[in-house]
Design a protein around this ligand. Structure first.
Ligand code: AMP
Length: 360
């Protein structure tokens, strides 16, 4: 199969690596020839050469959401999952309104704009989380508001006409995600649940948990049908102290909380994405052993000790080869163990090893 990937980040990189194992050929569309996936693909195209990228591909998929409209229009017919799904992801407001309209549970929210933000928040109540409508991921454009003065800081960074989603700050017990895959015949599979730990809005680590939350599974299965999805979907949830399940957001592509599946499951999320979009049978999503992942944020290979990290039994390093920037996702370590308790201990060790080496 000749597969085109929109976006050259690490999600594309892992998709290419998994697909190459199966003899697939890849083209990547990204402005940067040095992006992780551009470097390992068979062919790289900049956005100006989207027509050539289309000619080189039998099917196209995407690994990030913020793809320019003019590119989406051109790749529309060949792209799976449908480009229409990205409409929901272009605006945090549109996404949350969709959940509300369709009756899926989310944190309570209102929609506001820069000129009304202070007044609207006073009426809505503190504490809340203010999220800029556009280009939001990894906690970007997101602010926690405890006092009226906190709004001044937000307004300094945004235009008065900009729209915002204002959500109740959820005091959750834990965050978790579920990843599902659906093929064009409607067959569906769900990956094991993972519990996720974020810091400053960015995923720091996650681990599988032998825990079934029926309500969340039903939401995931229903979303796959409702969106007529072919491909992958990841849904991030909050689990509240009183046992409620609330959707934070979804992503119709491979997800950072599914990286563990490369080593922990019979079929990784990347392989199953390729199987789904190429019309091949879906692979087993079963867990081989308790598994987890630790993100390496804002560090170079020189800042970490491979001697120490790889001495943790069951650890596997994935390095994306990007230039170092503060808090940037530079790589990750997948880790497997024989029990959940052992897994937690190993993750703790990895976190200490990675982040105690951070240069001052
Ligand atoms: P997001 O960029 O919306 O995925 O948010 C990133 C992270 O910020 C989430 O995984 C949570 O840890 C936190 N967060 C986002 N929205 C809320 C909320 N309404 N209440 C509490 N924490 C939140």
């Amino acid at each position: 199969m000749r597969v085109g990937i929109l976006g050259g980040g690490q999600l594309g990189w892992m998709t290419v690596m998994e697909g190459k194992r199966m003899g697939f050929k890849f083209s990547v569309l990204d402005h940067d020839p040095e992006s992780p996936a551009s470097k390992v693909a068979d062919r790289w195209f900049p956005p100006e050469r989207v027509e050539d990228f289309i000619k080189a591909s039998e099917v196209i998929t995407y690994e990030f959401e913020h793809i320019p409209q003019e590119v989406l229009e051109k790749v529309y017919d060949l792209t799976i999952p449908s480009v229409n799904l990205l409409e929901l992801k272009r605006s945090r407001i549109r996404e949350k309104e969709f959940y509300r309209k369709e009756g899926y549970p989310t944190p309570d929210f209102i929609i506001s704009s820069g000129d009304r933000l202070s007044e609207d928040i006073k009426t809505f109540g503190f504490p809340c989380v203010v999220k800029a409508e556009k280009l939001g991921y990894d906690g970007k454009g997101q602010y926690r508001v405890f006092y009226s003065e906190d709004v001044d800081y937000i307004l300094k960074n945004h235009h008065s006409e900009e729209k915002f989603l204002v959500e109740r700050l959820v005091d959750f017990n834990f965050e978790f995600s579920l990843i599902g895959v659906r093929d064009s015949r409607g067959n569906r599979k769900i990956y094991p649940l993972t519990v996720n730990y974020h810091e400053g809005g960015i995923l720091l680590y996650n681990s599988t948990r032998a825990l079934q939350i029926k309500e969340a599974e039903e939401i995931l299965l229903s979303l796959m049908e409702n969106l007529n999805l072919v491909g992958l979907i990841a849904v991030e949830f909050f689990y509240t102290w009183d046992g409620k399940v609330l959707i934070n957001e979804m992503a119709p592509r491979p997800h950072n909380t599914g990286h563990y599946s490369l080593d922990g499951c019979y079929t990784s999320q990347f392989e199953n994405l390729l199987r789904a979009v190429c019309g091949l049978p879906l692979g087993s999503t079963r867990l081989k052993a308790p598994s987890g992942m630790v993100n390496i944020l804002g560090l170079s290979l020189e800042d970490i000790s491979l001697q120490e990290l790889l001495s943790v039994d069951g650890s596997k390093l994935y390095w994306y080869g990007k230039s170092k920037k503060p808090r940037r996702k530079m790589g990750h370590i997948n880790i497997t163990a024989t029990t959940e308790q052992e897994l937690e201990e190993k993750i703790e060790r990895l976190l200490n090893l990675i982040y105690s080496h951070e240069p001052s």
